[in-house]
Write a protein that binds this ligand. Structure first.
Ligand code: XMP
Length: 511
């Protein structure tokens, strides 16, 4: 089935993915492409959205695509930088605002009887984030809306289906943002709202069947949302020809290996659990440097996975839980490559020598869509609501060298913290939580005894994608109870601290 598609041209805004997700929440399929790589099959897209950008149209580094195949030929919505871009190069004027305009604003004027603003009234809150402003509208520009500080907050071009807005409809704080996108995409551009979990499942199952045929497929399960949903989809398509491998690297959460394995078996998946704890521990002995740990864990994982996969005869495909954000080509504002802060070795990295073909059923969808698809497939909601957990597991939460005893201590601490979050109904309010075992001892007193034991740090963050994050203001009573429980119950720990750093400048994991 061919879906109506929206092309989102990315100028490097931090919100571009959010635009794509908002469009998809309207059950309309959208794709992100860099502004300087407009797809050659432009006729396949029924509408185009230009994103914002950290750049200025007045600077030397103005991002300058040729829109001649788009403008006036199909419905176009330009957001923030996009709106300035259209104004600047089409007879308008963009200048620096007298005040930088960030945050909430209210629409103070809306042109009457405009389909674009249907259902939206003066007073509606919008989210601004710009330092340039549109001083004069472009040729044939018609003012559609203003705020108190921004006279040209929205305009259209007479004679075209071109609309431009200075504010960000994709951001949650723009209260009618989704309605505005719907007005543009459904009322004006007349796209079909047929991109649903059901249609995705149906089409993906058919395409897997066509692609894979009667071949065997192997997949590494991690206990996380993506690999699980990928497995269930593949299982629906090819049944017993899907072979899943779940490796215990000895760095999983407490009881996770047995509990998750049981859950997978209950879902009818053909899964083999491989306990390779000793192999990982041997490879990690004495390693303290974070990147070296990641490399060792990644290498052993591939060895173990390969050993298992080669025992399966005639496997031709490797399935991976790759999702859309992993494959979107990003626009670098500076034009240069971004520095590697941490190498993320995810489960399922493909060793060249395995020579398997790749199948990635979730390649086109975002994490929230993976969850919706998972729910439609009947996967347990608790599993779908799980916090992300790094591939190297507790290995990068034990600072310094890793031993079985340290893993045991951290598993106990982590279990008390995570179970506490669940009991206090805080788990779903937190994007990710975990505990770090620090490589220092501190002095304490228990009864009449002096102790000299380990310090653990608890971390709970809110985030949307892990790229930026802030610490969560957990209730003091909860922290107090959790700290008491940990120190009283976990032998070897006498001090608990709570991490109150945001990302940036800190990262979520300590290593
Ligand atoms: P940082 O620490 O970079 O983490 O702020 C951002 C997100 O990525 C996860 N993370 C990893 N995931 N392999 C993974 O699969 C890794 O090596 C790795 N390092 C960090 C982290 O848990 C957070 O969700």
């Amino acid at each position: 089935m061919q879906h109506d598609k929206v092309l989102i041209l990315d100028f490097g805004s931090q919100y571009t993915q959010l635009i794509a997700r908002r469009v998809r929440e309207l059950n309309i399929y959208s794709e992100i492409h860099p502004f300087n790589k407009i797809p050659t099959n432009i006729e396949a897209y029924k509408a185009v959205i230009l994103s914002g950008s950290p750049n200025s149209v007045r600077g030397e580094d103005v991002l300058h695509p040729d829109l001649s195949e788009i403008r006036g030929k199909k419905p176009l919505l330009a957001v923030c930088y996009g709106a300035q871009y259209l104004a600047h190069f089409s007879g308008g004027l963009v200048g620096q605002s007298s005040t930088r305009e960030y945050g909430r604003a209210k629409l103070s004027y809306i042109k009457e009887a405009e389909e674009f603003f249907q259902g939206i009234s003066v007073g509606s809150q919008v989210w601004m984030s710009h330092s340039d402003t549109i001083k004069e509208l472009p040729t044939n520009g018609v003012l559609l809306a203003s705020t108190h500080d921004v006279a040209n907050a929205a305009y259209k071009i007479e004679g075209e289906e071109t609309y431009a807005i200075q504010f960000h409809p994709e951001v949650y704080h723009s209260t009618d943002g989704t309605l505005l996108l719907e007005n543009f995409l459904v009322k004006i551009a007349q796209l079909n709202q047929d991109w649903t979990p059901d249609s995705f499942i149906e089409e993906t199952v058919t395409s897997i069947q066509e692609k894979v045929g009667n071949d065997k497929v192997v997949l590494g399960l991690s206990g996380g949302v993506d690999s699980t949903v990928a497995a269930v989809l593949l299982h629906k398509a090819i049944g017993e020809n899907l072979y899943c491998i779940f490796v215990n690297n000895g760095l999983l959460r407490k009881n996770e290996f047995t509990a998750v394995l049981k859950q997978y078996e209950g879902m009818g998946l053909n899964v083999k659990g491989v306990d390779a704890t000793d192999r990982f521990m041997e490879a990690l002995a004495g390693i303290t440097e974070p990147e070296a740990k990641r490399k060792a864990i990644g290498r052993v994982f591939i060895e173990v996975f390969d050993d298992e996969a080669t025992q399966l005869k005639e496997v031709k495909w490797l399935a991976q839980g790759t999702i859309y954000p992993d494959v979107i080509e990003s626009v670098s504002a500076t034009g240069g490559p971004s520095a590697t802060i941490k190498s993320h070795h995810n489960v399922g990295g493909l060793p060249d020598f395995m020579k398997l073909k790749i199948v990635e059923p979730l390649r086109a969808i975002f994490k929230d869509e993976v969850r919706r698809v998972g729910a439609t497939l009947g996967i347990d909601t608790e599993l779908l609501g799980r916090h992300p957990f790094p591939g190297p597991g507790l290995g990068i939460r034990i600072l310094g060298d890793i031993t079985k005893e340290k893993v045991r201590i951290l598993q106990e601490v982590d279990a008390i913290f995570i179970n506490g979050l669940k009991e206090w109904k805080l788990y779903d309010k937190v994007w990710q939580a975990g505990a770090m075992l620090l490589p220092v001892n501190s002095v304490g007193v228990m009864g009449d005894e002096r102790t000299y034991e380990k310090v653990v740090a608890l971390r709970a963050v809110e985030s949307t994608d892990g790229m930026t994050a802030d610490w969560v203001n957990l209730p003091y009573e909860f922290l107090q109870k959790t700290s008491n429980d940990i120190i009283n119950k976990v032998k070897g720990v006498n001090r608990v601290v709570y991490d109150i750093s945001s990302k940036p400048p800190a990262t979520i994991e300590w290593e």
